[in-house]
Design a protein around this ligand. Structure first.
Ligand code: HPA
Length: 254
């Protein structure tokens, strides 16, 4: 399968799937696929739980591009490198991107396995994909209000409790300390992860509509008697992929 098969379908919507959420692509249906290694300029992820392929799917006849797996700053890459896929998809005509991730739950009314619609973000990664320009982009409406409303409507239609909250993106690669989580809570974070914020900034700067959904795979450090483990994060993501696929199908079918 070649890249041109995917781009020829002219998908205007893309979904980026985070840790353990790759199964969502199979649940939505794979019409065509190509490995990131065959996409010039994309680059593969080295993290377990990230498949590294581009998938074409259709929801109610609409072509949708899925990036199954992403690259992270903690792999030793720059913010520009990890957002290369966003710029490529924009070149191909994608105009809105839904970013998903696995995240630790901070807000006390959340539960493990629940989904959170991202209303806004804290970029605590100390870098930006826009370093070197273009400068001074407005980020006051980073996550698109209209798209958020349609995701909320869809969650109601499928009888799902979709939380809303602020996502804090940290550098990683280590999980946070309990003191860092207490700090994040004071700062207004409802969930914490190590991805998404740079992609959101890049997509918005290109004029794309951005939405984000966090799969709450664990309680953030110190909130429960536990230690954090990437294997468990991926396992919870996999178990909850069906719920995410159901929501996306309902939200993207119109
Ligand atoms: N912290 C940071 N990243 C994460 C977490 C977490 O608790 N869970 C999944 N990704």
């Amino acid at each position: 399968m070649s890249l041109s098969t995917l781009t020829a379908a002219c998908p205007e919507t893309a979904i980026v799937l985070g840790s353990g959420l790759g199964g969502v692509a199979d649940l939505l249906g794979v019409e065509a696929e190509v490995s990131y290694s065959e996409v010039p300029g994309w680059g593969a992820s080295s993290v377990p739980g990230h498949a590294g392929r581009l998938v074409l799917t259709r929801v109610a006849e609409h072509p949708i591009l899925i990036a199954q797996g992403r690259r992270h700053l903690y792999e030793g890459l720059t913010a520009r490198e990890i957002t290369a896929g966003i710029r490529l998809m924009h070149e191909w005509g994608v105009r809105r991107v839904l970013l998903t991730n696995a995240a630790g739950a901070i807000a006390p009314h959340f539960g493990v396995g629940d989904l959170m619609l991202i209303t806004d973000q804290l970029n605590l990664q100390g870098t930006s994909p826009l370093l070197g320009g273009p400068h001074f982009h407005d980020m006051s409406q980073l996550y698109d209000e209209g798209w958020r409303q349609s995701l909320l409507r869809a969650s109601g239609e499928v009888g799902m409790n979709l939380h809303q909250g602020v996502y804090a993106g940290l550098l990683g690669p280590q999980y946070e300390t309990p003191a860092e989580i207490r700090m994040l809570r004071v700062m207004g974070a409802d969930a914490v992860g190590m991805s998404t914020v740079a992609e959101a900034i890049q997509a918005r700067a290109l004029g794309m509509k951005v939405a984000g959904i966090s799969m709450l795979t664990n309680w953030a450090a110190g909130l429960k008697p536990q230690t954090l483990d990437h294997g468990e994060v991926v396992a919870v993501g996999q178990q909850s992929s069906q719920a995410l696929a159901t929501l996306l199908k309902a939200a993207l079918s119109c």
